[in-house]
Design a protein around this ligand. Structure first.
Ligand code: MG
Length: 216
């Protein structure tokens, strides 16, 4: 086991679609919003518009015609309703974080989107908090690649786990020393194995195998 104080063994892990089933959460959230008296069709189509520019529940409710005050209260109600987020955590996450830590890696959360919305989700994932050394919330106008350029260097062993290949290719370009790994939990079209210059895995168990094969 390595001494974590050395701090040169780092794993950055994305949140949405990687550690939590965000699709399921969004599905539940949109149903909850529709129950406030909005047509489901409109709730879904407006979500698809707003998600591109950094989504928040409050803005969604305003977009659907609610007043700023009602929307603000609605957002608070939603936070209360969805207070238990443990059901959205993929089952292999917690045990694997423990094992990664035991291998001597420092764990960092790296997520992108509307900062408040992301932080609200992370807040509810308190089960996972003890594993993470630091959290990075890349927001509008920022990229994940920038975080690696700022926080890591080529003499360190750095991994980046994400479900989104756009981020993986951007990080590879900006910080070529980073070992990108794509995790695919739901896309049956996306084969596991090597592709795009980085491995694609189907579960966190395979990540441990990869790390051990490469040598820590
Ligand atoms: Mg993601």
């Amino acid at each position: 086991m390595r001494n974590r104080e050395e701090n040169s063994f780092k794993i950055f892990i994305d949140m949405d679609g990687t550690q939590i089933d965000t699709n399921k959460y969004i599905q539940d959230l949109l149903i909850w919003i529709a129950r406030r008296g909005h047509k489901m069709e409109g709730v879904v189509s407006s979500y698809n518009i707003l998600r591109r520019s950094g989504y928040s529940i409050k803005n969604h409710l305003i977009f659907l015609g609610e007043s700023v005050n009602t929307a603000r209260m609605g957002e608070k109600e939603a936070e209360k309703y969805f207070a238990d987020f443990s059901k959205y955590i993929f089952s292999d996450v917690e045990p694997i974080l423990k094992r990664i830590q035991n291998l001597g890696f420092c764990l960092y959360l790296l997520t992108f989107g509307d900062e408040e919305f992301q932080k609200a989700k992370w807040q509810k994932l308190h089960l996972l908090h003890p594993f993470f050394e630091k959290t990075f919330f890349a927001h509008k106008g920022q990229s994940k690649g920038e975080i690696f350029v700022r926080e890591t260097s080529s003499d360190q062993v750095v991994y980046f786990i994400d479900d989104d290949e756009n981020w993986l290719s951007q990080v590879k370009e900006m910080a070529p020393w980073v070992n990108g790994v794509q995790i695919n939990r739901c896309d049956s079209q996306l084969a596991t194995g090597s592709s795009n210059g980085w491995p694609i895995i189907g579960s966190f168990e395979e990540l441990i195998k990869l790390i051990l094969e490469r040598g820590v």
